[in-house]
Design a protein around this ligand. Structure first.
Ligand code: AMP
Ligand code: ZN
Ligand code: FE
Ligand code: FE
Length: 279
C-alpha cells in the first residue's frame, strides 16, 4: 500500500470522542505514516499525542481547526505546523475557551425556555475539560432522551437557524489566517464544499490562504475535482483527512480518506517557503 496520511483528526481535547493516545495507537495500527491533530480552537491534544508518539513509527503534525465566521457562516481554517506555544495563539485559545463556556450556559438557558431542563454541570462533564461545543450539549440531550440521537439534537435545536443556535464570537477568516501565519503555520480552508462559500475563496487567497482541503468525507468526487482545479488556479496546496471525531453517524474513521504522503511533503514545502518570505 502506498504511504498514507490523515491530516484532519479531532480528539477529546475538543469534541472528538477519542483520546490523543487512542488516535496515535489506531493510526499506527493502520500503518499511517503521519497524522495531524486538528482540534477545534485547541492544541493540547496535539501536545499529548506528540509526546505519546515519541519512539513510535509515526509522525504527528501540530494542527488546529480555528473557528472563524463571515456573517453567520462558519468558516473553519486549519492551521498546520503551527508553534503550539505561540503567545498570540495561546491567548486566542484561552479566549475561545471562555467564550465557549459562556455560550454553553446560554444554550442551557435557551433550552430551559423551551421547557427542556438540563444542567450546565452535565454539559461540562460531557466536555470533560475540553472547550465547550454544541456536540457536548447534543450528547446530553441524547442521553436524556430529549432527542433520539446526537444528530437529531442538531437537526431540532443546535444547527444554524435552530432555536438554540448561538454564534460564537469568532475571528474573521482573514484574522484566522493571519494568526496561523503569526504562529509560523500554514493556513488551509477546511471542507470547502461543506462550507459552501466558494465566492469568498479569492478573498481568502488575498489574505494569504495557503491551501484547500480536497479529501474530506463530505466531498463528492465532483467537489474534489473542482477544488483541485481551484487549488491549481490560485497556487494553493491540497490537503485532506477523515475529520474523525469517533462519533457514529458523523464523518469518517481515522485513515478513511486515502491521502497520499506527498500532500504532507507539499505542506512542508509551503511552510518552508512561507518561512523564507517572512524573513
Ligand atoms: P461548535 O464549535 O460548538 O459550534 O460545534 C461545531 C461542531 O459541531 C462541528 O465541528 C461538528 O463536529 C459538529 N456539528 C456541526 N453541525 C453539525 C450537524 N448538523 N450535525 C452533527 N454535528 C454537527
Ligand atoms: Zn467538530
Ligand atoms: Fe470543521
Ligand atoms: Fe474538523
Amino acid at each position: 500500500m502506498p504511504d498514507r496520511v490523515d491530516l484532519h483528526i479531532h480528539t477529546n481535547h475538543s469534541d472528538g470522542r477519542q483520546s490523543p493516545r487512542d488516535v496515535v495507537d489506531r493510526a499506527c495500527q493502520l500503518g499511517l505514516k503521519a497524522i495531524a491533530i486538528t482540534d477545534h480552537d485547541s492544541v493540547s491534544g496535539y501536545t499529548e499525542a506528540a509526546r505519546y508518539a515519541r519512539g513510535k513509527d509515526i509522525e504527528v503534525i501540530p494542527g488546529i481547526e480555528l473557528s472563524s465566521a463571515l456573517a453567520d457562516d462558519d468558516i473553519h481554517i486549519l492551521g498546520y505546523l503551527i508553534r503550539p506555544d505561540n503567545k498570540r495563539l495561546a491567548e486566542t485559545v484561552k479566549r475561545f475557551r471562555r467564550i465557549r463556556s459562556e455560550r454553553g450556559k446560554k444554550m442551557v438557558k435557551r433550552l430551559a425556555r423551551l421547557g427542556i431542563e438540563i444542567d450546565y454541570e452535565e454539559v461540562l462533564a460531557a466536555a470533560d475539560g475540553a472547550p465547550l461545543g454544541r456536540p457536548h450539549v447534543a450528547e446530553v440531550l441524547a442521553a436524556h432522551g430529549v432527542v433520539d440521537s446526537y444528530n437529531q439534537a442538531f437537526e431540532k435545536y443546535l444547527a444554524l437557524n435552530g432555536p438554540v443556535y448561538i454564534a460564537k464570537a469568532k475571528l474573521s477568516p482573514a484574522e484566522a489566517i493571519d494568526l496561523i501565519h503569526h504562529a509560523n503555520g500554514v493556513a488551509v480552508m477546511a471542507h470547502p464544499k461543506l462550507t459552501d462559500r466558494d465566492e469568498v475563496i479569492p478573498e481568502l487567497v488575498a489574505a494569504g490562504l495557503d491551501g484547500l482541503e480536497i479529501y474530506h468525507p463530505s466531498h463528492t468526487r465532483a467537489a474534489r475535482k473542482r477544488y483541485r482545479q481551484m487549488a491549481q488556479r490560485y497556487n494553493l496546496i491540497c490537503t485532506g483527512g477523515s475529520d474523525s471525531h469517533n462519533r457514529s453517524g458523523r464523518y469518517g474513521e481515522i485513515g478513511e480518506e486515502q491521502v497520499p504522503y506527498k500532500y504532507l511533503e507539499q505542506l512542508k514545502a509551503r511552510w518552508a517557503r512561507n518561512e523564507q518570505t517572512s524573513i
